[in-house]
Design a protein around this ligand. Sequence first.
Ligand code: KG4
Ligand code: ZN
Length: 340
Amino acid sequence: MDKETIYILAIESSCDDTSAAVLRNNKVISNIVATQQIHEEYGGIVPELASRAHQQNIVPVVHQALLKANIDKKQLSAIAFTRGPGLMGSLLVGTSFAKSLALGLNIPLIEVNHMQAHILAHFIHEENNPKPKFPFLAMTISGGHTQIVKVDSHFTMEILGETLDDAVGEAFDKSGKLLGLPYPGGPLVDKYAQLGDSHKFVFPKPKVKDLNFSFSGLKTSILYFVQRETQKNPNFVEENLNDICASIQYTIINILMDKLKKAVKQTGINQVAIGGGVSANSGIRSALKNAEKNYGWSTYIPKFEYCTDNAAMIGIVGYYKFKSGIFASQEITAKARYII
Ligand code: KG4
Ligand code: ZN
């Protein structure tokens, strides 16, 4: 190992995925994610079950990440872990594990903000994947988050807007649930939406000031719509599934794009990067492509495995913090609410 090489072992356990990754400088050499299936039966994440599953998964996941990276624990330069935001019981598992391992190996510990990691995931080195240039706008859209952030440097970020209630992924998942689709409904709503007419049904868009979002009203209007129509025709949902999904997706993507356009106008920054699980959505992807053509934006979407919750994104923050000498002490604790 030459002296310049930095090896970071990263651990992510903020929600329902247990993940460990090894980075050699800014390149990912392993990224293992154990997704917890148990929550499917409940139609949403059950925090107590999530922390128990993290307990079971963490040792094998870290072991696999080291094995796949083909490096020994003794070669590690530092351990990076998600401090928050997230579910307290879940965060505690990763935090305690990272602290003990760093102590045992006598190497530095690096605490990472999960939201910052979703944004810096754009800087994971990948061939033919251009990185955004500072300053840029980052929109993080997932089952747990909906934020627009102005990013001035790796460590200087300002939240311009965020959801006041549900996250956009939740809006997709809850819509799916109302239509009788299994959890998580997002990918299925997307799949059916691609076969349907997005103008068949009209759902109201919320009137939220500034760059904030709200999705709870949409959920209620879909609920009343489904109740009203199934009273008239019990087979309404199955007969119109594609068109309902297309119309819901069209509304959600419009809400996101309206705010992004507003943020671009307000800041004069037209470099737009998205991340989080909802970045997989075909509607947002084509809306961004159109914005490149129509408004001259430059848009960035990381590889899908770095969009959903993963430890590689924690590792890239670890890499930048290591280079800047920003380390955490053994007194550090998990933080369920942790603002960028
Ligand atoms: O980032 P992620 O894996 O986990 C967190 O929530 O942090 O995001 C998962 C969310 C779920 O709500 C899921 O339904 C949504 O991302 N999702 C999608 C699509 N793929 C995943 N939503 C809409 N369209 C998709 N193709
Ligand atoms: Zn996340």
